[in-house]
Write a protein that binds this ligand. Structure first.
Ligand code: AHR
Length: 554
C-alpha cells in the first residue's frame, strides 16, 4: 500500500520540481500595457478552427466518478436510463459535451476490458488501481471494481449524450492482442467477428465507432514507468497492425508530464528511428498538467505544496491562476520541441488531464477520494484555461478536464439522489459557443494586478480571453482575475461593427462561492442584453468573473 502511494507521489514530485523554462508571452504583454484597458479583436487574423474536442471530459474508475456519479444502477430509484444518471446526461447535452475519455487515468493500465462484459451478475470483482488510497469508510465499489459499468455502458452513456468515446488502453498489463481485440469488439461490423456477435448479444448490434484510442496513460509513471524511448518502442508495436473496419483511428500517445521536454523529444526521436512516416501513426501527444502547488514557491513536495479548495486568501487565488497560466508556456514549449522532429506538425497536442488539484478536506461526500468542491476560483481558472486552448487551435486538438463528476475540477457533484452543477460546469456551458468557431487573434491590454506575495511584490495579468467567429456571430470570452476591481476596457472589433449582442456573466461577491446540494444555484451565469453597438463598444467586467459576449456583427 505504502509502496504504491509512494510510487504515485514520486512521479508527481518529479513533475513539480521541473521548472518552466519557456515563458508565456501573455503576462509580459499585460505588464507593458498602458493604464487604459483595451481588447482588440482582429477579424482579419484567423488562428484556425477551434476543435469542439477541446471541451472534452474525463471519467475514470476512481472514487465516486463512476459509481455514485455516472452509474446509479438499473434498479435505482434515482432517475436513470439503463442505470446511467439521467440528470447528468441532460446537463452534458446542454453543454454539447463532445468527447469523454475513459476508463482512466492510472486505472486504465490495470484494467481488463473483458471484465466489464457479459451478464452483470457474472462479472468479476477486481481490486481497483486506487484501492490502497481509499479510506476505510469508502464504499466497496470504490475499492473493489464491480465491473457493472464497462465498455457497453460507457458506449451507451456517450450515445445518450451525443458525444464521442475516447478509450485509454492498458499497455502496462495487457498485450497488444488485447488492444486490437478491444478495437475489434468496439468497431467490427455486425456478424463479422465473434466479438461483434458478443456485442450484438449484449444489445449493441451497431459498432461503437470508437475513433480515439489512448495507447496507455502516463507511461512515464503509473502506466508502466517506461523511459520515453522504451515507450516509443511499445507505441510502435501496439499500433503497428490494428484492424480499422472502415473507421478512422486516431492514436494518442502518452505524452509529457508538465514540462518534461525530454519525454516529448525522446519519444519522437525514437519513434522516427523507423522512419518519418511513423509520425503519421500519432494523432496527438497527451500533455498533463495539474495546478497543485500553492505553496508560493516554498516547496515542491506533492503533499505539502497543495492548498485548500475552499479556504484561501487572495494570494492563494492568484497563485492558483499563476500555476494554471503555465499551460500556455507548456503548449508553446512542447510544440517547439515537437517541431524539431515533426516539422510539418503531423502530431497535435491532446491535453487530456488538466485542472486544479487541492488537498483533501473539501469533499461534499466526506472522504470520497480526490473529490473537491469547485468554487468561483476554479471557474475563473477553467475559463482562463479554455481560453488558452482557444488561442492555440492549430496546436491543441483535444483537451479533457479532470474529471467529469465527483473528482478534482469536476463539472458536477452527486451523491445518491443529490446532484448539482459546479461553477466549472457553468463555464463549460458558456464556452460551448466557441466550439467549431474560427479562432481570431485578439489583443488584451490591461494593467497588471499588483499584489503582495508574502512580502514580495508580484503582478498578475489584468484581463485575458479569446474570440471566435461563427458566420456573423462573434463569441468573445473574457476573464477578469482581479479579486476586487472591475475592469472596463474598450472593445474594438477590427473589420466589422457590432449590431447587437448579449452578455453572460459568472461571478459572485464572495470569491469562495460554490454550489452545494442544498444551494444548487449559489453561483450561476446571468445573461443580459449588450448596451453598446458600433466598431468600438465598452463593457465593465466585474471582479473575479468569467464573461461571454455574443456579438452579432455587420
Ligand atoms: O486524474 C487523477 C489521476 O491523475 C489520473 O488517474 C492520472 O492519470 C493522473 O496522474
Amino acid at each position: 500500500m505504502v509502496g504504491r502511494r509512494k510510487f504515485l507521489r514520486d512521479s508527481f514530485s518529479v513533475a513539480g520540481a521541473l521548472l518552466l523554462t519557456k515563458k508565456s508571452p501573455f503576462p509580459a504583454q499585460a505588464e507593458s500595457a498602458a493604464a487604459d484597458s483595451r481588447i482588440e479583436v482582429l477579424l482579419g487574423e484567423p488562428l484556425g478552427t477551434i476543435s469542439a474536442n477541446i471541451y472534452g471530459h474525463f471519467a475514470e474508475h476512481l472514487g465516486g466518478v463512476i459509481y455514485d456519479g455516472i452509474w446509479v444502477g438499473e434498479n435505482s430509484k434515482i432517475p436513470n436510463t439503463n442505470g446511467i444518471r439521467k440528470e447528468l446526461v441532460e446537463e452534458m447535452r446542454k453543454i454539447k459535451a463532445p468527447v469523454v475519455r475513459y476508463p482512466g487515468g492510472c486505472f486504465a493500465d490495470s484494467y481488463d476490458w473483458r471484465d466489464g462484459l457479459g451478464p452483470a451478475n457474472k462479472r468479476p470483482r477486481r481490486t481497483n488501481f486506487w484501492a490502497d488510497a481509499e479510506s476505510s469508510s469508502a464504499p466497496a465499489s470504490h475499492k473493489y471494481e464491480p465491473n457493472q459499468f464497462g465498455t457497453n455502458e460507457f458506449a451507451r452513456f456517450c450515445r445518450l449524450i451525443g458525444c464521442q468515446p475516447y478509450l485509454a488502453a492498458n499497455i502496462r498489463s495487457l498485450g497488444a492482442e488485447q488492444f486490437y481485440q478491444w478495437i475489434e469488439y468496439c468497431n467490427s461490423p455486425p456478424g463479422s467477428t465473434t466479438l461483434a456477435d458478443e456485442r450484438t448479444a449484449a444489445g449493441f448490434a451497431e459498432p461503437f465507432g470508437v475513433r480515439f484510442w489512448g495507447v496507455g496513460n502516463e507511461s512515464w509513471g503509473c502506466g508502466g514507468n517506461f523511459t520515453a524511448q522504451e515507450y516509443a518502442v511499445e507505441f510502435r508495436r501496439y499500433t503497428e497492425w490494428v484492424p480499422r473496419f472502415g473507421q478512422e483511428l486516431s492514436f494518442i500517445a502518452s505524452g509529457p508530464n508538465v514540462d518534461d521536454w525530454d519525454w516529448t523529444r525522446g519519444f519522437l526521436e525514437e519513434l522516427v528511428r523507423k522512419g518519418k512516416r511513423r509520425l503519421r501513426t500519432v494523432y496527438g501527444m497527451a500533455l498533463h498538467h495539474y495546478a497543485w502547488n500553492l505553496s508560493r514557491g516554498r516547496t515542491n513536495d506533492w503533499d505539502q505544496g497543495k492548498g485548500d479548495a475552499l479556504k484561501f486568501d487572495s494570494v492563494d487565488w492568484y497563485e492558483l491562476l499563476r500555476e494554471g497560466q503555465r499551460m500556455e508556456g507548456l503548449i508553446d514549449g512542447h510544440w517547439q520541441v515537437m517541431s524539431e522532429i515533426d516539422r510539418e506538425h503531423e502530431v497535435k497536442l491532446i491535453v487530456d488531464e488538466w485542472g486544479p488539484w487541492y488537498k483533501p478536506g473539501s469533499e461534499m461526500v466526506p472522504n470520497d477520494l480526490l473529490q473537491q468542491t469547485p468554487t468561483l476560483r476554479d471557474a475563473v481558472f477553467s475559463g482562463m484555461t479554455l481560453d488558452i486552448f482557444n488561442r492555440h487551435p492549430e496546436k491543441v486538438a483535444m483537451a479533457n478536464c479532470a474529471q467529469l463528476i465527483n473528482n478534482l475540477n469536476c463539472l458536477y457533484l452527486s451523491h445518491e439522489n443529490n446532484f448539482c452543477v459546479t461553477p466549472v460546469g457553468h463555464v463549460f456551458g458558456m464556452y460551448a459557443a466557441h466550439q467549431g468557431g474560427q479562432g481570431l487573434r485578439t489583443i488584451f491590454s490591461a494593467p497588471g494586478i499588483p499584489y503582495d506575495r508574502d512580502g514580495k511584490p508580484a503582478t498578475f495579468w489584468g484581463l485575458a480571453g479569446a474570440a471566435s467567429l461563427h458566420d456573423k456571430e462573434l463569441v468573445l470570452t473574457v476573464v477578469n482575475p482581479h479579486v476586487s476591481k472591475a475592469s472596463e476596457p474598450e472593445i474594438a472589433i477590427r473589420g466589422a461593427s457590432v449590431k447587437s449582442g448579449s452578455v453572460t456573466t459568472l461571478t459572485h461577491s464572495d470569491i469562495h462561492a460554490h454550489n452545494t446540494f442544498e444551494q444548487r444555484d449559489a453561483v450561476k451565469p446571468e445573461t443580459s442584453n449588450l448596451t453598446g453597438t458600433g466598431k468600438v463598444i465598452r463593457h465593465a467586467f466585474p471582479p473575479a468573473s468569467v464573461t461571454k459576449l455574443d456579438l452579432m456583427l455587420e
